[in-house]
Design a protein around this ligand. Structure first.
Ligand code: NAD
Length: 378
């Protein structure tokens, strides 16, 4: 069997789904690897390195789709809808697609690939279990985003992060507040701490308190956190506007006192909750910075413009999109390791065997045998 990696086609995408270091793992499992020429170039992985590891390089996207049984991508279907509509001409019955598919809002497109008999696995639907951890692309990419958000904030802040005692006097450390202590938030806390900031964090899931504290940050208690806020998969629930209104009131003071706010609050399949209003931005000190990592999902700050850096009331509001693509070397390395581990669940001894009793495969499967198979479509 053959596994193929086409070049990413989403505007600004720099990652590649497979790096040379993981080619061998496929070969050991009895799969040949086909890479579209220059697929890894933007991430720093050259054709020659793939060749050295035993992959085959082909010129065109068409050749990859025509020859591969399994197609590995970073973005496909809902995560790259325009180009994926063109790719539909290239796919065939029984072909397997693996990648980020943002399946929630593009049912028509997914129905289309289902009709073609394609088997598709959306990696954002991986269960957050310990067995799935080595495949967890969401965690890998969130780690990168959390790290990069702090660097962005630091570079726009007119202050330094660390406390310094110098002959020119004492410099006080920056105050950083992180909203949402999931994977990205925790990495943001760790990174801000490494740069010497004083860090506070908040999440509505009480389980995060201990994680926040273990990173040396202070957990802000609003009294709103409760077990009720967490669903059985460990994600936050949609708490409704009444709740968010209360939350905003209680966050106002701490946001006003912060030099940097990094917001990461998200609810799967929903618009991100609005936790910072225009009024709250007005209350911040001039020069303060907000990095809204929820920008792609509507933003935690009312003023956020996805993909833009704006200044309002003296506050810089950064709404970065596709942050992992700004660190493509390591983002690709992590993604590649995750997707390789995932594929090893169904590629063995040169054969494909999809066991739907495996919860990792069944929960990520979107389409098979002409049908939509995932409960997110119910
Ligand atoms: P996410 O990106 O969906 O959300 C980010 C954070 O925002 C979450 O911590 C969430 O609780 C928080 N949030 C949502 N609404 C909020 C609000 N109104 N105010 C403040 N915070 C709010 O989450 P994620 O980073 O993908 O992590 C989701 C869960 O999965 C977490 O419990 C995480 O620990 C768990 N996880 C488990 C594994 C594993 O065991 N394999 C791996 C990764 C993550």
């Amino acid at each position: 069997i053959k596994v193929g990696v086409p070049k990413e086609t989403y505007p600004g995408e720099t990652r590649v789904a497979l790096v040379p270091a993981n080619v061998q793992q496929f070969k050991k499992a009895g799969a040949e690897v086909i890479i579209q020429s220059e697929a890894g170039e933007k991430a720093g992985y050259l054709d020659g390195e793939y060749l050295e590891k035993g992959a085959q390089i082909v010129k065109s996207r068409e050749e990859v789709f025509a020859n591969a049984d399994v197609i590995l991508q970073v973005r496909t279907l809902g995560a790259n809808p325009e180009e994926s509509r063109k790719d539909i001409q290239l796919v065939r019955e029984g072909q397997i697609l693996v990648g980020f598919m943002e399946p929630f809002f593009v049912k028509d497109l997914i129905e289309e690939v289902a009709k073609r008999g394609v088997i598709s696995f959306a990696l954002e639907l991986l269960p957050r279990t310990s067995r799935a951890q080595s495949m967890d692309v969401l965690s890998s990419m969130a780690t990168i985003s959390g790290y990069k958000a702090v660097l962005l904030a630091a570079s726009y802040l007119p202050k330094m992060f660390p406390m310094l005692t110098t002959a020119a006097g004492t410099i006080l450390p920056a105050n950083v507040f992180v909203i949402g202590a999931g994977v990205a938030g925790l990495q943001a806390i760790a990174t801000a701490r490494r740069l010497g900031a004083v860090v506070k964090a908040y999440d509505i899931r009480p389980a995060t308190k201990q994680e926040v504290e273990s990173l040396g940050a202070k957990f802000v208690e609003l009294g709103l956190e409760s077990q009720e806020a967490e669903d059985k998969r460990g994600y936050a629930k949609d708490m409704g506007e009444e709740f968010y209104k209360k939350q905003r009131e209680m966050l106002t003071k701490i946001i006003a006192e912060s030099d940097v706010v990094i917001s990461t609050a998200a609810v799967p399949g929903k618009r991100a909750p609005v936790l910072i209003t225009e009024e709250m931005v007005k209350g911040m000190k001039p020069g303060s910075v907000i990095v809204d990592l929820a920008a792609e999902r509507g933003g935690n700050c009312e003023l956020t413009k996805p993909g833009e850096i704006i200044e309002k009331y003296g506050v810089t509001i950064i709404g970065p999109v596709n942050v992992p693509a700004t660190v493509p070397y390591h983002a690709s390395q992590m993604y590649s390791k995750n997707i390789t581990n995932f594929c090893m669940l169904f590629i063995k001894n040169g054969e494909i065997n999809i066991n739907l009793n495996d919860d990792i495969l069944s929960s990520t499967l979107l389409t098979k045998d002409g049908k939509l198979t995932n409960s997110i479509f119910d």
